[in-house]
Design a protein around this ligand. Structure first.
Ligand code: 5GP
Length: 141
């Protein structure tokens, strides 16, 4: 299967769909998951077109993981989390739903269960408040 230019994250990258953006640089883009598994659940995607780990160029993956490395402690501190779960799925059989490669940065608190994946849409004002916290943390980092 070839990369689909009309996948949801490609449309978000082109600004054709709204998102709660928290970060952007020359190679990467980060925004809040619309159905978060925990407050502050952030997705990090490359600007390069790749479906998953099986077709991304090593250099593009390097930029992407460097961005995850930069944002993980920022999201932790912004949300007051005790830990961070990082997830990345490859192919439908492994749980991949959107075929533009992405890493999940999911804040965790001891004893707090993750919400089920991709099930409940978060309120826009809640996402906006969490996005603001993360953007403020980036600005002060
Ligand atoms: P995966 O492909 O790794 O299973 O997960 C895709 C993720 O994208 C899910 O966590 C889902 O909640 C999220 N998602 C799906 N559609 C949208 C959307 O339109 N906007 C945003 N911000 N997230 C989305």
């Amino acid at each position: 299967m070839a990369y689909d230019d009309d996948n949801i994250f490609a449309k978000i990258l082109r600004g054709e769909l709204p998102c709660q953006k928290v970060y952007e640089d020359d190679h990467s883009f980060a925004f809040l998951d619309i159905m978060p598994r925990a407050d502050g659940h952030t997705l990090v995607i490359p600007k390069a077109k790749a479906q998953n780990m099986f077709d991304i160029a090593p250099g593009d993956l390097g930029h992407l993981i460097a961005c995850v490395h930069k944002l993980a402690p920022i999201v932790r501190d912004a949300m007051g989390a005790e830990g961070i779960l990082i997830q990345q799925f490859n192919e439908a059989a492994a749980g991949q739903m959107v075929f533009h490669i992405h890493f999940h940065i999911v804040p965790r608190w001891a004893g707090e269960q993750l919400r089920p994946p991709a099930q409940t849409m978060e309120d826009d004002d809640v996402l906006a408040a969490h996005g603001e916290k993360i953007r403020a943390q980036i600005a002060s980092a």
